[in-house]
Design a protein around this ligand. Structure first.
Ligand SMILES: [Mg+2]
Length: 422
């Protein structure tokens, strides 16, 4: 039996929420980013009109203004975006209990079981959901409808904003196979480059490629991607599967990185960044109910853009923010002079060598009391954040760099759980 899977994507999410909240912003080219008065900051999100003018996420606000006269800038309000995300999920949950978030503004829904109750027509339900989000939240969504998650996601990307697109067994060769192979979920830049060098440029070519060639070039992942390109994706939609990679496999590491809005050449700034990144890595570990033995820090040098990394393995696994942050900072401080002669452009913190958080740990007197206290503190902070949003609690060290206060790392740099797919 074919499944009925929806993928719903809120269009230009941050900017749309601002326009829904503030009618005077509707129809104007808008970016969410730093503060207008300070002249500093980067574009975090843009409205459709700003996008048409060529404004790009991550560029400096002054560059965006040069491209788009009349551009309006508003500072981000992550607590508001999180509330809209939650409200959209509540609408989805009225149609099925199988709702799997993918970032803040995207969800998969499996309607297979509930469809008979709602008339048996997935396209009609998708259209109804789209209408409700628009009427109740004032935001548009694009929805893909298909028999598997990968094609449903493709459908929601194919036509936007405000569209419902069905990818069916009859039309997928026409709609999906002509598209560049990089448009397929889980094909990241590294994988795409390997496929290109094997002469595979389109999704249809991946679908029809020889399994031996793909195995040789990409290993098992190549075979999984080939199956996805053929619509042979039976990955379940599961609220608890957000912590797993494609194919339901367990994730191998959780990392978070940031290309800095400006060069970092002061130890205080580097430390603030390390703590900001470690915070989100630790939070995601705890959401996934995992602990890590290995902590790594990666650096991108501002002068030659060379990257290097350092890692260490702890005597016991942890998901405590403070321990991960101190470990990562220790690694960085030991290998980098940070005296102004070595400015950084990018930083990365990664936790790997994971175990489930309910795995038994050897008792280690002395260490244990401190660890338990740290775990308790982190759980309290997670609870506050669930209720009031990520910005409500910040470690003091993060406040050292003004420009970082506007960056919600967990959202902006969430690497969807596909990193190890390449
Ligand atoms: Mg979106």
């Amino acid at each position: 039996m074919h499944r009925a899977i929806l993928h719903s994507d809120m269009n230009a999410f941050y900017a749309s929420v601002e326009q829904a909240e503030r009618p005077e912003l509707r129809g104007v080219p808008l970016v969410v980013g730093g503060r207008e008065e300070t002249r500093h900051g980067i574009v975090l999100a843009k409205s459709a009109r700003a996008k048409e003018a060529g404004v790009k996420t991550g560029e400096a606000l002054w560059e965006a203004r040069a491209k788009c006269p009349g551009l309006v800038t508003v500072p981000p309000r992550y607590d508001v975006y999180r509330r809209y995300s939650e409200l959209a999920r509540r609408i989805y949950c009225q149609y099925t209990d199988l709702v799997e978030p993918f970032g803040l503004d995207e969800c998969w829904l499996d309607l297979t079981g509930s469809l008979p109750l709602s008339g048996g027509d997935a396209l009609r339900v998708a259209t109804e959901i789209s209408g409700r989000v628009k009427a109740e939240l004032g935001c548009t969504v694009s929805i893909g409808v298909s028999w598997n998650k990968v094609f449903a996601k493709f459908g929601s990307d194919l036509r936007k904003p405000d569209a419902v697109t069905a990818i069916t067994p009859e039309n997928y060769r026409r709609l999906v196979w002509d598209a560049p192979v990089g448009d397929l979920l889980y094909v990241g830049p590294a994988t795409r480059a390997k496929l290109h060098s094997s002469g595979i440029d389109r999704i249809g070519e991946l679908a029809c490629a020889s399994p031996e060639l793909l195995r040789r070039r990409l290993g098992k992942v190549g075979l999984v991607l080939r199956a996805f390109a053929r619509g042979e994706d039976s990955t379940p939609v599961s609220p608890s599967d957000a912590v797993r990679g494609g194919g339901g496999r367990p994730i191998k590491s959780i990392g978070n990185g940031l290309t800095c809005p400006h060069d970092i050449d002061r130890p205080e700034d580097a430390k603030a960044l390390v703590y900001l990144l470690a915070e989100s890595v630790a939070q995601r570990l705890r959401e996934a109910r995992l602990r890590a033995f290995t902590v790594a820090v990666g650096v991108r040098d501002a002068r030659d853009l060379a990257s290097y990394g350092r890692q260490t393995t702890l005597p016991r696994a942890t998901s405590a923010t403070g321990l991960i942050a101190r470990t990562a900072w220790g690694l960085l401080a030991a290998s980098e002079p940070l005296d102004g002669s070595h400015p950084l452009r990018g930083l990365h913190v990664r936790a790997s060598n994971l175990e489930p958080s309910d795995a038994p740990q050897q008792l280690d007197l002395g260490f244990d009391a401190r660890q338990r206290a740290l775990d308790g503190l982190d759980e309290a902070i997670d609870g506050l954040r669930r209720r009031f949003g990520n910005a409500c609690v910040r470690r003091g060290v993060e406040l050292l760099d003004e420009s970082l206060i506007d960056v919600d790392v967990k959202r902006d740099n969430t690497v969807h759980p596909v990193g190890w797919f390449g």
